[in-house]
Write a new protein. Sequence first.
Length: 411
Amino acid sequence: MTTELPFFTELMSFKDRIFISRKNDTRNLILLSLLFFVIAAGVALVFGVKHVNDSHRYLEYATNLQGGFYFERHNFWYIGYVGFIYFVRLITNSSDPVFLIVSQYLYSWIAFILLYRTIRIFDSKGFSPLIGALLYFLFIEIMIWNAYILCESFYFNSVVIALYFLSRLWKGKRKGVWTVIAVVFSILLVTLSKPTGVLFLLAVFITFFMKFWLQSGLPKIGKAGVAVVLICVSVLMLNRMLDSFLIIENYQLGEVIYAITTLPSNPMYSGLVVEVPQQLNMLPETYSPLWRMSYFIFNNFSFWSELFFKKIYYFLLHVRPFWSMEHNALNILTLLPVYFLSFWQWKKSDLVVKVFAASYFILQTVAIGMTSVDWDGRFLVPVFPLLIILSALRINDLILNALKRVSNRDQ
């Protein structure tokens, strides 16, 4: 005989009638979209259109594309964002940056809707999508980057869209050729949004190979052949990615935060530069970037490891000594619980989610440690979608379990 849980049953019924259930997703998204645009309007009023150091390179590249398509060596991995700028100018018939910023807000809204839908794929009838939407708003800097003429907003939103189509392909009920096409296109868009977009593709490669190795009927020699092909492609892409950075040159400066040595001397900057040894063992520029970096790490390991771990520290905690104490405290108090909840949910996830999430997060973190940490914290933004999805699912389970325990005590 099943024991009735009146409190829990009544609460779930209220949930279904008012706001949370899947059948109310359309209404939920309308209300959340209104809140999205209210917040976006506030951000737009405060920040306007933000031109920063790198803005001109994207705008100039988009302008030059009017004369015909071509690749710029240093901007190769930004062609997705540059193409977005070009497309906005084409449909608006204007190079006014206001149209670009408005388009970034609209693209962000589409990604916001798909973030909700992605979480719904993993939780068919719970609170998780709403929790994910609230976490999205909590990470207000996601919205703020829409005001900047930088690739960060486009990259973050493209990651969300790619995660949505990947989730549909993996967990969704309706799969077909159009879903596969959408997956390929969205992954390509992420890959060409900025240099570290390659890491998203590598995470997909790793996950695909794991599934292929476990499920393919090929003999081990055939699987090994596929592994060799994927490794070769990955190495070529990593070399191309690293070619966008002046990694060895930056190592010689000992900078933990990129370009910190270009600023006037300040006591708070002292921990952001590592003392450079008088003799560094390096290869000349004629060698490939990946080989040069590997050689440098092996032959200057003590110096490099200090740089690496300091960069990881500032990257993951999302703090800077030149930010206010309140800013740093808020980031720590927000991120540490989210990291914990995300890891907890990751442990309970299926193998595909585990492999992809771990690969993407670790690759992003290691890449930052090997390259550079930015001044304003924007390099952490691409991992927010993963953190939001995982932590929202865990919070949902914690809420439902807590409600069940309360209901049981009332019996």
